[in-house]
Design a protein. Sequence first.
Lengths: 560, 384
Amino acid sequence: MTTMRLRGGRVIDPANGVDGQVRELFVRDGRIVTPAPGEAAGEEIDISGCIVMAGGIDMHTHIGGGKVNLARLLMPEMQRAGPNPIALPANPLELASCGGCTPGTLATGYRYVEMGYTAAFEPAMMACNARHTHMEMGDTPILDHGAYVMLGNDELFLEMLSRGADFQRIRDYVGWTINAAKAMGVKVVNPGGISAFKFNQRKLDVDENHVHWQVTPRQVVHTLAKALRELGVPHPLHIHGSNLGVAGNIQSTLETIAALEGLPAHLTHVQFHAYGTEGPKKFSSAALQLAEAVNAHPNVSIDVGQIMFGQTVTASGDTMRQHAQSGLASPRKWIGADIECEAGCGVVPFRYRDQNFVNALQWAIGLEIFLLVNDPWRVVLTTDHPNGGPFTSYPHLIRLLMDRSFRAEQLAKLHPDVAANAALNSITRELSLYEIAIMTRAAPARLLGLKDRGHLGEGAAADIAVYREDADREAMFTTPAYVFKDGALVARAGRITAVPVGGTHFVAPDYDRSIETVLRKHHAAQGSVNFDQLAIGHDELCSCCNGGRLLPAACFERST
Amino acid sequence: MLLAGSECPRARSGLSRFGAALASAQPKIDGVACDPAAAIEAAARILANSRQPLFGGLGTDVAGARALYPLACLTGAICDPAGGAALLHSLRAMQDRGAFTTTLAEVRSRADLIVCIGSLPHERYPEFLRRCGIGEGGAASVIALLPASSPGGAAADGIEIVCFEGDLFDAMALLAACVAGRVAINDAAGSLGALAARLKASRYAVLAYEAAQLPAQGALIIEALNRIVSTLNQRTRAAALPLGGGDGASTVNAVFTWLSGLPLRTRAGPKGLEHEPLRFDATRLLEERSVDALLWIASFGTEPAPPTADLPRIVLGHPDFAAAVQGSGSVFIPVSTPGIGSAGHLFRTDGSVLMPLRAVREDGLPSVADVLGRVTRALQGATA
């Protein structure tokens, strides 16, 4: 295979410490290579005046699975252009697929790639819905993908924890579940709270007992974080904390960090978990407290879950909190479900309004968190698509973070109390391209344990985004000049040029297989699914994922 | 073929359709046996000559639906499954007001009261009660809410019948009003008032319904049901359990929804991607002759037979359907059944679990996905 040379571009590759130097990149067989002496490139592309980064990686975006599809079913009115249907794609490589906050999987792939992203991770896969989730991700073209399986609200885990089962058995159950669902990690959502809602409990603080199982979120979080550590899963426990959206929930967030007792974990969409109770409206920013805690706990990473103004739909596994918030649904309808003694879901349409005090403050809190945490390697840029806003708003968000005067202009348009009093007013930091590259590719790759992604060093996958330099960073990041996936040109100037099938990232931790005896007994009693049908094999995963490549990530050596 | 671990008569009857003669089934053009390549060519020709095709039946699995979508985009076909009206009852009620649902494992381990609205599900879903844990240690009382005028179906042991006068629309409206406290629960409210009191007293109530058994405008009944669930969830726990979507309907709906962003009764039409819950009704389109070609997919053998409309028809079906596809302008292509002759995936009735289906024997027939892929390529070749 011939070598391709990209020449003249300024490379920003934080994983390798490269910050804007003009360097040539050579690509052969889908990888970044060092050319042999005298080797001529078969193809050369002049990218002078461009910034080169690894392909973007979104490590928390609801792109596939049951609740995402429910959101699509619920919101057909979003998929019109006024009185008319949404026009068919002009590009013959694309099949018809709607966009916006409930995009079809096809549009999800096209729009991410046009923006320079080459991988996306679904954060909330139910084990019982794993095949469906992999099917949707397999039908998301071009992007590599993976998913975190949800635990911590399943009756078996809570029952084991409640009766004081041997920790090793719980760990093996976690390992079995990751393997059966072909997951990239584990997410816990409102630890214990989704289950508690099924027992009619309406609130669950970090040290409050689940009304039936008599275990606390603190125990759930600590046990799962420890299990993943012992299993050697590269991505640590992915935590959607207790009391999402509740004024004063910063307390729960800090208690959750404390529950880790130094174990590594990733706190997701922290914007929704950083609220205080100060001020006349008893709702205030706790971004500073959160940032101080993150700065003080190197074991913790975060993604922000920035909100964007406009219509969206929130799709979450947190049935307890979504039920509580359902009165705010706009339009006034929502879907909830209790699912298989294992999980739940809540889909609530939402319109964030810039003249609404709470929404305006949420916007400011997200930006404050981005700008107050010192270490960009522990902050990932997300809107928790579609919960805070659709992923297509990332270029706008990047401009807000990089351009202080633009940020001030936007802030001034918001609810007057927020515009006048937000701490954001006094934050002068502007993120650099280097920091943006960390938050959108290098850090997520590192946090997921993807050794050959998120950077442009020798041997890395040739997932490359080439952006034409533009002082308007929103314009620059909206339409990269070139996007390469595994060395193939997949988008040029905002137009899809090839539609390969993406690969599936997953981990395969070791665990004691005798746990299957316990699981077999449990499923026989529950009687819903034949135990032998639960685990997804490699061949079946391949067919679910549309024949895309399987990309197992290595686990690290056990620490014990 | 043997059925293990279940006494389900429906499964037994389904399996009886798979005799030894299947593998010898042949494609036919105009009722005359032909080779597979000729059938593919003929199918592509019918679609190429059609100004507005209809894709109906849609009795297939995830792989079949994945292969169908590009062909639907290429031809601008309107897609509506057999039983589309029932599917749309639930969907439209949800799109208007939302819903709160549950799944079989939750019902089995949590429900203390199951109310079947308007019909006796076990008549069509023989495993329904067992799957809800009834008779197997489950703790739920089961009530069926039926019209007083009903012919009196065979109530299984342990099902209590609550009757109402008049129609189900009024009965559900009254029940909802009683549950919400807008109508006093007293003697005047009768049996519905008593039922409302039991719903309010239950810890976890499940309201099960079969959309296919509901009358025209059944979405209104489902909306009332969803409203009752919503009211109960203010103080106790409750959820709806929709039953239906079999023979591939809910599976194809799910796949089209994720690929395109819009549920069935859709078309990639000249103006764009359209979702028309009322206009794109296959039965009506055929009656009004608003379509000029039909592609009917029925790979399970349990679907309705292909409609006998007077237009060019392509049928991809279980070999038993061959006899129903005769005459000029017809193409029949026998296909394997997911879970019998080929592996596949189907959504369970409660929508959260995608079940893997394993092939139990080689029947030599192509899958729906294979055939659709070949038709699509033939059509692309013809129009290139």
